[in-house]
Design a protein around this ligand. Structure first.
Ligand SMILES: Cc1cc2nc3c(=O)[nH]c(=O)nc-3n(C[C@H](O)[C@H](O)[C@H](O)COP(=O)(O)OP(=O)(O)OC[C@H]3O[C@@H](n4cnc5c(N)ncnc54)[C@H](O)[C@@H]3O)c2cc1C
Length: 472
């Protein structure tokens, strides 16, 4: 056994752990990083990166078969599913060096490629090493949650950890789970030529604003994806190439492949948390508002902390706790300014409160500014007019924004800035946006907030009439 003493021990080299390690070492701390599996974690290997790469393949195929409206003949795309997976692997390989052992060792981080396990409140065992650290960060992420549906144990199924390695094209992909991951993969596969059925126990995209989710779901259905809601999978039967899912209400769906996308579970089993006095919560590790666990020298960040599960949230947590772990400064997590997006076409994006949440919290003080994509000239030129932006405003300040439509994930950035800095709607209205851009939609939404005040206000009309009479 080797004994190592370090300032900061980071367990898990995914989005959160890598950000902490890189930041802390560059600020002069002695940092040790443990990774039991692949550097880069879920986002690089099984999540954001491969999913967005496969979506890009689907988009390319779709573009070929839907070019007529731009005056270019439609052609049936010749999809090579295995080659699309090569593209996915290639994209991962291009990004991989950023997250590699070599890069982190080059920065001065001590990287140990082993799983970590607590021995005591201050000691962690990793392979042949026992590490004592002033502060410890748990950033072990999450894994696909596979519920014990009767019969599932006898049927081959895919998760996000195996889907991107599959080389044979599913003829008919059944997806259990109609959340962002399920629907992104549904559309990518449909566009690459598979039949797709999504089986959702409640409502698809149920965490988003229903009015906006409906815009996305309508488009996905129009592309030929069967999205079955209130369809709780109760039994799974069959074998490779012929799988059946029966729902509680007796519906039976048949397909050749099955993808489980029902949710995530925190990676805590290997950690021996009890030895360190670290309590669990319902969705992961219990943390306070500064991301500290019940052992005050140990932080938990990213997916394992059980809050919003996104790469940018793990990165945000990393920034917060570096402040606290290295400088001893207080840190407090905010969640009201965190955006997220679902990369279907059209995209769906949210920051802050949805309309329903804002109405519950602010009652009659809430005003909702709305603007449709149909009025945006660039959206018309691109033939991407299915979309709506809603901004929830209280006393002139946005408290939330929800967008469904082309590039919603890009558009939401502005509202994330506005809400993070508690800016007013006037800040957006004062901006001059280049014409014709999709980004103009944001300014027009701000315009929709102000125009009733300006154009439907009798006082304004009286003042203009009065001034006009006296103007030379
Ligand atoms: C299909 C899919 C698509 C997604 N798309 C997006 C997206 O578009 N945008 C977005 O923001 N988010 C997306 N996410 C979510 C995103 O991947 C996660 O929120 C993010 O990876 C969380 O980062 P993390 O650092 O908490 O954990 P991870 O990135 O999962 O890293 C945790 C690491 O810890 C390691 N580990 C676990 N236990 C131990 C241990 N005991 N010792 C040592 N190492 C250990 C694991 O091997 C892993 O490498 C997606 C997720 C999935 C599944």
């Amino acid at each position: 056994m080797t004994k190592i003493k370090t300032d900061l021990l980071v367990i898990g080299a995914g989005s959160g752990g890598l950000s902490v390690a890189a930041g802390a070492v560059q600020m002069g701390a002695d940092v040790t990083l443990l990774e039991g599996h692949k550097m880069g974690g879920d986002c690089l290997n099984y999540g954001c990166v491969p999913s967005k790469a496969l979506i890009a393949s689907g988009k390319a195929a779709w573009g070929q078969s839907h070019a007529q409206k731009y005056g270019v003949a439609n052609v049936a795309p010749k999809v090579d599913y295995a080659a699309a997976k090569d593209h996915v692997a290639d994209v991962i390989a291009e990004i991989e060096p950023n997250d590699s052992v070599e890069r982190f060792e080059g920065l001065g981080v001590r990287v140990i490629q082993e799983y970590g396990e607590f021995l005591s409140p201050t000691e962690v065992k990793a392979g042949d090493h026992i590490i004592t650290a002033r502060r410890i960060v748990i950033a072990t992420g999450s894994s696909p949650l596979v519920p014990p549906i009767p019969g599932l144990e006898n049927v081959p199924y895919l998760t996000n950890e195996t889907l991107f390695e599959l080389r044979e094209q599913p003829e008919h992909l059944l997806i259990i789970g109609g959340g962002p991951i399920g629907l992104e993969m549904a559309q990518a596969h449909r566009r690459l030529g598979s039949k797709v059925t999504v089986i959702e126990g409640m409502k698809a995209l149920g965490k988003d604003d229903p009015e906006l989710a409906a815009i996305v779901l309508e488009n996905l259905r129009a592309e030929g994806i069967a999205i079955e809601e209130d369809a709780l999978a109760q039994e799974i039967r069959g074998g490779a190439g012929a799988i059946e899912v029966e729902t509680k209400d007796g519906r039976v769906f048949k397909g050749t492949h099955l993808l489980m996308a029902v949710g995530r579970k925190a990676n805590i089993d290997k950690l021996n948390l009890e030895a360190a006095g670290i309590e669990r919560a319902r969705n992961g590790i219990k943390v306070d508002s500064g991301m500290r666990t019940t052992n005050k020298k140990v932080y938990a960040i990213g997916d394992v902390a059980g809050g919003l599960q996104f790469t940018h949230v793990a990165g945000y947590h990393a920034g917060l706790i570096i402040r606290s772990a290295l400088f001893g400064l207080p840190a407090k997590e905010r969640t009201d300014h965190i955006p997220w997006a679902t990369y279907t076409d059209p995209e769906l994006a949210q920051v802050g409160l949805t309309e329903a949440q804002a109405r519950e919290k602010h009652g009659t003080a809430l005003e909702v500014a709305r603007f449709h994509f149909t009025h945006n000239d660039r959206a018309i030129a691109e033939r991407k007019t299915a979309g709506l932006i809603k901004v929830m405003v209280v006393k002139g300040r946005p408290v939330g924004a929800s967008i469904a439509g082309y590039q919603a994930g890009e558009l939401i950035n502005l509202w994330a800035l506005v809400i993070a800095n508690r800016l007013k709607m006037s800040a957006v209205a004062n901006m001059v946006a280049p014409y014709p851009t999709i980004g103009e939609l944001n300014k027009r939404a701000a315009g929709a907030y102000f125009s009733p005040r300006l154009f439907e206000n009798p006082k304004v009309k009286r003042i203009v009439g009065f001034v006009q009479r006296w103007l030379p």
